[in-house]
Design a protein around this ligand. Sequence first.
Ligand code: MN
Length: 338
Amino acid sequence: MKALCVQSPHNIVIEERPMPDIQLPTDVLIKVKAGGICGSDVHIYHGTSSVATYPRVIGHEIVGEIVETGKEVSGFSVGDRVIMDPVISCGTCYQCRIGRRNVCGKLQVRSVHVDGGYQEYIVVPQQSIYHIPDNLSWEEAVMIEPFTIAEQVCSRAALVKEDIVFIMGAGPVGLSILKRVKLTGAICYISDIVETRLDFARQYGADVAINAKEVDVKEEIMRLTEGNGATIVIDAVCSTRSFEQTLTYVCSAGRVITLGFSKEASAINQLSITAREIDVRGSRLHNNKFPTVIEYFRSGKLAVKDMITHRYQFTEIHEALKLIEDPAIEKGKVVLFF
Ligand code: MN
């Protein structure tokens, strides 16, 4: 079988590998059908991931069909359509015991620390798969994993309908968070410096899409919120500067959610957090969000067809990466078919 392996940064190779075998009685063998390309896959390819190790088969937005089940697998059968959970946790550390498995002390992520799903077949334990509803195509089902990220952000932000949310950055992550926020019915503002991304944001229901190149963002947020600030600010820009700015947009008793992995320091003073009792919370991966997101998709509450813009065979990975790296081409989710 074939696998897409990043052997070292900037060097992705279509490798011939032996078929993986079922190891544990609770394992399933999956014929991979489709996989989304995520920003983090591109970071690993570029060598700019602060956590990945090499060589690595990337791909964590993976859907496929079960072709073999271990002896003790229950609730899943050959032919079932499933999606893979990339998060692997130990189940015994403090974080796992309090139900925070996405920040497990021995956390491993498929495609980052262990091989992911850009391969024709993959073996995973049944605890790491979920059924895909019949009404979803393979490519729609690929979008479930990105929305577990958005679900985690909204859960960390304790989002309710009465919130006024400001998302900084209308890239793939910012836009999926926007769709999720609008599902709750909260007001949602979003900013970016690329007008075509702001057009996507308007299409997805943004109450105001702010071009940060043309407008003073702080003034605009204060004007929109009658001087109080946003109740939730989500930093999907993830620069040292954007993190500093979050505290100037958020209201007292508000929440700031960070998504970045930068190790560089930002200049933030204690007063801006203490005096106004701001909660600054990180959001990483997802904590058991697949069932919730799958239900949004099954019921049609979340529609994602309009987010998929490009499709390739997995053997065309180099063309797909070239497209992703071309700033002149506006794109949403790029999906590989296997
Ligand atoms: Mn992803």
